[in-house]
Design a protein around this ligand. Structure first.
Ligand SMILES: Nc1ncnc2c1ncn2[C@@H]1O[C@H](COP(=O)(O)OP(=O)(O)O)[C@@H](O)[C@H]1O
Ligand SMILES: O=P(O)(O)OC[C@H](O)CO
Length: 500
């Protein structure tokens, strides 16, 4: 049978998606299902592993049906996923021993504080490129092993396996045959030495993790396993591409040259700058990570992670109820008074890069009797631009790039022209929106297609990247800087900086 399609699985924080691409990487159909978020205690976020699996497999079946094709026509599967989220399962029964602890979960904040106080942060950061924060998998995995009855003993006996979401989905897709991950996902666990390209014994000792629970780490494009006969009418489909979702978006945006930046605006915002084969350690509280690994060679990136971007717009809709759909924010911002300068700092769950403060909470500054929904909506959109400028300023301080920086944007929020224009004004640089904004799935499909021999090498793929709209700065630079200074002051007040 002619194998004309690539199936990309995007297992995200709030939904699972399956997208089928043709051989030219044109998306043909998308199936998407949301699943329940569990918040058992303040600061805790969990997913039911069965939900992650069942929505994923159901969406694959639904996409095949929508396109009316047989699974046998799929040449390869590419997987991309919410990163850091931690699962532990029994290798004999396949059953997870605890819900998936989601990347947003802050339950290990005290443990991280203790490890910092004991002086481990420099060693951890030096090996992993990450900060000692609950965000990453290691402290979540330690929590499961030390809080679930008997878990540590079973792990030591070799009965339990650990994985990020990609590993868990592959384990199930392959009928429990493959326990693998890729280097980009491994780089988010805080157990992986990004310079040496291996799990690190000193880190495993620190977090008390038995090495044999860990998956084998592979290139982002290569053979991860083959789907089990029972799943797709007997078709054995090879899984040929895997990358964490922000890294997959970096690939989908063809940010293959050092200095290129992509920024994805979904629930949160994640900006990655390619730093080539150089590991750049941040002096400005950014993360160092692996952007992708091809032919055994890692390409590194600096990453800025903002926890709330599009979610602030959801809050306007579901919390404040001043809009009924996200797109209304554009007209509201356009109609807002020029003389009111309101700042909204959306620290609903603390602040991520470059502040890394888990304890602060959101605030609105500058309210007057004239402040209404339009000014609040404008301030919400502006907060996304200011937070991105925080990241790009930190990136330029870490990476002394002489060329012009262009930011490639994607994610649901980039549909908002007002917000993207504001972003360009704040950065004082062009902002490029591509024709395909489903770049995460595109990246996963490309990695799979590359290994399948269907897709062209990276330089040719990069040449096929298509611009839909470029936003250029159109506001006086001094005025933009004054607005940004106001934002910095608002954040300083929130963090109780005595200097503010
Ligand atoms: N026109 C718009 N203006 C502002 N925000 C938007 C707009 N359209 C979507 N969003 C925001 O984008 C987010 C959805 O983007 P998406 O990439 O699907 O996110 P995720 O993959 O994280 O669920 C939502 O938080 C939504 O509020
Ligand atoms: O699932 P998303 O798109 O919210 O992405 C989550 C990130 O991978 C967390 O690091």
């Amino acid at each position: 049978m002619q194998k004309d399609y690539i199936l990309a699985i995007d297992q995200g924080t709030t939904s699972s998606r399956a997208i089928i691409f043709d051989r030219d990487l044109k998306p043909l159909t998308t199936a998407q299902a949301e699943f329940t978020q569990h918040f058992p205690q303040s600061g805790w976020v969990e997913h039911d592993p069965e939900d992650l699996w069942s929505t994923t497999i159901d969406m694959c079946q639904q996409a095949l049906k929508a396109l009316d094709i047989n699974a046998g026509a799929i040449a390869a599967i590419g997987i991309t996923n919410q990163r850091e989220t931690t699962l532990v399962w029994d290798k004999h029964t396949g059953k997870a021993i605890y819900p998936a602890i989601v990347w947003q979960d802050r339950r290990t904040a005290d443990y991280c504080r203790d490890l910092k106080a004991a002086g481990h942060e420099d060693m951890v950061a030096g090996k992993t490129g990450l900060l000692l924060d609950p965000y990453f998998s290691a402290t979540k995995l330690h929590w499961i092993l030390t809080h679930v009855d008997g878990a540590m003993a079973r792990a030591k006996a070799g009965d339990l396996l650990f994985g990020t979401v990609d590993s868990y989905i592959i384990w199930r897709l392959t009928g429990q045959a493959a326990h693998v991950t890729d280097a980009t996902n491994a780089a988010r666990t805080m157990l992986y030495n990004i310079a040496e390209g291996c799990w690190d014994q000193e880190l495993l000792d620190l977090f008390e993790i038995p090495a044999h629970m860990l998956p084998e780490v592979k290139d982002s494009s290569g053979h991860f396993g083959t789907t089990h006969d029972d799943l797709f009418d007997g078709a054995a489909i090879p899984i040929l591409g895997v990358a964490g979702d922000q890294q997959a978006a970096t690939v989908g945006q063809a940010c293959f040259q050092p200095g290129m930046i992509k920024s994805t605006y979904g629930t949160g915002c994640f900006a990655l700058m390619n730093t080539g084969d150089k590991i750049v350690y941040s002096s400005n509280r950014l993360l160092t990570t692996i952007a992708y690994q091809l032919d055994g060679k890692p390409t590194y990136a600096l990453e800025g992670s903002i926890f709330i971007a599009g979610a602030v717009v959801q809050w306007l809709r579901d919390g404040l109820k001043i809009i009924s759909s996200a797109s209304e924010t554009q007209a509201l911002a356009e109609s807002a008074s020029d003389t009111e300068q309101v700042y909204l700092v959306p620290a609903f769950t603390g602040l991520g890069a470059p502040y890394w403060n888990a304890d602060c909470r959101g605030a609105i500054f500058g309210l007057t009797r004239n402040t209404g929904p339009a000014e609040i909506a404008k301030a919400a959109l502006e907060s996304v631009a200011y937070q991105t400028r925080d990241l790009t300023e930190a990136m330029s301080a870490d990476w002394h790039n002489t060329g012009e920086t262009v930011l490639r944007i994607d994610g649901g929020m980039v549909a908002n022209n007002w917000a993207m224009q504001m972003l360009s004004n704040q950065l004082g640089a062009p902002v490029d929106r591509p024709v395909i904004t489903e770049t995460t799935a595109l990246g996963a499909a490309y990695l799979a297609g590359l290994a399948a021999g269907i897709c062209a090498p990276p330089d040719e793929f990069a040449a096929s990247w298509k611009l839909e709209k470029r936003f250029e700065p159109n506001l006086d630079r001094d005025y933009s800087d004054t607005l940004y200074a106001g934002w910095k002051q608002a954040v300083a007040r929130l963090l109780h900086d005595p200097e503010s």
